[in-house]
Design a protein around this ligand. Sequence first.
Ligand code: GDP
Length: 424
Amino acid sequence: MVRAIVGANWGDEGKGKLTDLFAAESDIVIRFQGGANAGHTILNPYGRFALHQLPSGIFYEHVTNIIGNGVALNIPALLAELGQLQKAAVPRPNLLVSNRAQMVMPYHLLFDQYEEERLSKRQFGSTKSGISPFYSDKYAKIGFQVCELFDEITLMEKLEQVIAVKNVLLDHLYHKPLLDAKDIMAQLSAWKEGIYPYLADTFAYLEKAQREKRRILLEGQLGALKDPDFGIYPFVTSSSTLAGFGSVGAGLAPTSLTEIVAVTKAYSSAVGAGAFVSEISGNAADELRRRGGDAGEYGATTGRPRRMGWFDAVATRYGCQVQGASAVALTAIDVLSYLEEIPVCIAYEIDGQAIEVFPVTPQLNQAKPVWRILPGWRTDIRGIRHFEDLPVAARNYVTFVEQAIGLPVRYVSNGPKRDEIIRR
Ligand code: GDP
């Protein structure tokens, strides 16, 4: 059984909480794309954690956690994250890192920062974690797989060739200090010891695990609308956020996925630039941001205030479709309890016409939201465990979302804690 938990929107849908919950029923949890650029927030008996690279199964002793070949592996950041768990007295996790995963190099972070500086007002709002330069190099075939750390002579030769090209850009485009291959080599050598105990042929491991019918959970980062192909290009991330890529980024057969749960929040939030049709501003946005999530809607990695909006049925339906979702988890419905009336975006108006199909970027940039106002419930719904016990307006809100998306809402999350979940 392979279950994928993926985002239907722009990220920050609450996937971490769902993965933490489902990890209890899994043997293996795998991260298959992205890197340290985003984070999941998890509240559990050990405390509150913002995980960036570690899979969300890390808190369960029975779970093997895998950082797949598709991930942008930031070794110092990963080791620091492991150190934080140790400080919080979390038992030493079972972690395997694919020996084919490529490494975020020290200069990827620099190039990310320099490029945003160069773009100035046109910048993407990058988290400056080096993700875009990393994936560019990976596909330009000048990246470094972690297994390459262990042959220093070949590594140094390749490093010198790559650095020669990087230095031309640093000198002539960015006007920044040049890189020295020996310095970088010294940093890479220092990473070796820390990462070595975790390295494994995770493909072989998963091949065997599938034959043994072990329960596997794929954990997506960001959401469908940040996918480089189907998202709001170019304001997307640099690796595929789709469940379909899960098989590649983890190393599983494409036919192995048995359940795809798309996670969407009862309202919207986004970070970074790009079209966000149901965005709101002013006091309404401030209030929603303050009440959102478990401690306000601020980026788990950057602490940046998230852009806020109401639920967008057009974007979410499309997001679930491109994920190939078989079920939906609707999170943070408790956050809406303060509202007398809840606006939802049911269509986009482009050139005077209402459309319900998510458009390509040039049209998306022209789109205006068409709202419908649903009644609020104005009562605290945290602590409720059965759907029938929700106020009728809250039940109707869930049913509305279900009909708008065209998929069953199997899970309703009404609080950030692990057990604050209604299964339907
Ligand atoms: P992820 O990247 O999709 O895991 O999302 P994040 O963890 O970055 O953001 C989701 C935020 O919502 C976090 O602060 C979670 O603790 C919080 N959260 C998740 N589910 C719920 C819920 O049902 N209710 C509330 N109030 N917060 C939630």
